[in-house]
Design a protein around this ligand. Structure first.
Ligand SMILES: Nc1ncnc2c1ncn2[C@@H]1O[C@H](COP(=O)(O)OP(=O)(O)OP(=O)(O)O)[C@@H](O)[C@H]1O
Ligand SMILES: [Mg+2]
Length: 324
């Protein structure tokens, strides 16, 4: 068994539009080790959800996906609906931004917690699955879980619904849990509580996680390492504390400068503010460094593709400046 649960090399995704196509992910590498948690951070539109959906083989029909190598749990992973079908909802579970998208308003929470487990545990009785459902619901901090099992989604508050969705994901005992902006639909206090639930689950189970977020604070709280994305390119990656305390890429530095004090406790209200300038036109990607047009440290070489530099073991950034 390799240390890596998931490894993707050189992932490219383009979306075809009328007469032209947008090259959204440009050569993304992503590794998630067993039992580890990786954060994916970047501005809106940087391609974070595209990565999450590509892993689930669930990109829109107009997407073209190419990769040099994709492996999950020591097997080749085909990043299309068929290739991922047997993993979705079993080995790989996903938590979406809006919990209502994952819940059916017509069924009680108990029925949905039972249903989600059927594929994973086909031999268990309904009674066993119900009991497991109730136990995990209590684990994620839902009070009176036994009574709550008989209630419908609309009878839950937003934060409670997101706990239910986390319970659903955990009930299938996935090897990889993908959470795409799991707290942005929630208010700040509830957000902090949901982060706490994920944090506890991470410590208690061996699940690997991919946490997608705008917020470096949330990633610092939940992840071992971070992948910083800018316009579909990985600009920096490394252990979360390393990147927070010693960011090397000018984009990561800008992102942190407008965000948080990494030593402060997690504050859910903190988020990225704007970095001057605009994201490049992805239907016509520039040849050189993708961040050059907005970079305060731009220099002449930046119109060529920057080299990958290693700061320390596992900490890399793509930039022409050696000590950016
Ligand atoms: N089906 C599609 N067809 C064309 N373009 C798309 C499609 N889906 C996404 N895009 C574009 O791909 C880019 C990346 O989108 P993606 O949703 O992955 O970004 P994101 O980083 O998750 O952003 P956010 O933080 O807002 O969720 C965006 O420019 C988006 O408009
Ligand atoms: Mg997204």
């Amino acid at each position: 068994m390799t240390e890596a649960l998931l490894s993707i090399e050189n992932l490219h995704v383009s979306y075809r539009g009328k007469g032209r196509s947008a090259h959204i992910l440009d050569g993304v590498n992503l590794t998630i080790n067993r039992g580890k948690s990786v954060g994916l951070v970047g501005e809106s539109g940087s391609g974070k959800s595209t990565i999450a959906f590509a892993l689930l083989g669930l990109l829109a029909d107009n997407a073209t996906v190419e990769t040099d190598s994709a492996r999950f749990d020591d097997r080749i992973l085909r990043l299309d609906p068929k290739g991922t079908a047997s993993l979705r909802g079993t080995d790989i579970a996903m938590i979406f931004q809006d919990p209502m998208t994952a819940l059916n308003p017509m069924f009680t929470i108990g029925e949905q917690l039972v249903d989600i487990q059927r594929r994973r545990f086909p031999k268990s009785s309904k009674r066993q699955l119900w009991q497991r459902g109730e136990a995990v619901l209590a684990d994620v901090g839902v009070q009176d879980a036994a009574g709550r099992m008989h209630r419908y989604p609309h009878e839950f508050s937003g934060g409670m619904r997101q706990r239910v969705v986390i319970a659903m994901a955990l009930l299938v005992e996935p090897k990889l849990l993908i959470a795409d902006e799991p707290t942005t639909a929630l208010d700040a206090t509830i957000e902090a509580q949901v982060v706490e639930v994920l944090h506890e689950m991470r410590q208690r189970t061996k699940v690997s996680m991919l946490i997608v977020s705008h917020s470096m604070g949330l990633i610092a709280e939940l992840c071992d390492s971070v992948v910083v994305m800018y316009a579909g390119t990985v600009v920096e990656t490394g252990p979360v504390r390393e990147v927070l305390h010693n960011p090397r890429h000018p984009y990561t530095q800008a992102l942190l400068a407008c965000e948080i004090d990494p030593n402060a406790p997690f504050d859910a209200t903190q988020d990225l503010s704007t970095i001057p300038g605009n994201v490049p036109d992805l239907t016509n990607r520039p040849d050189g460094c993708i961040f050059a047009a907005r970079c305060p440290s731009r220099q002449v070489q930046c119109h060529q593709k920057p080299p990958q530099r290693e700061v320390d073991h596992g900490h890399h950034y793509a930039c022409w400046r050696e000590a950016a």
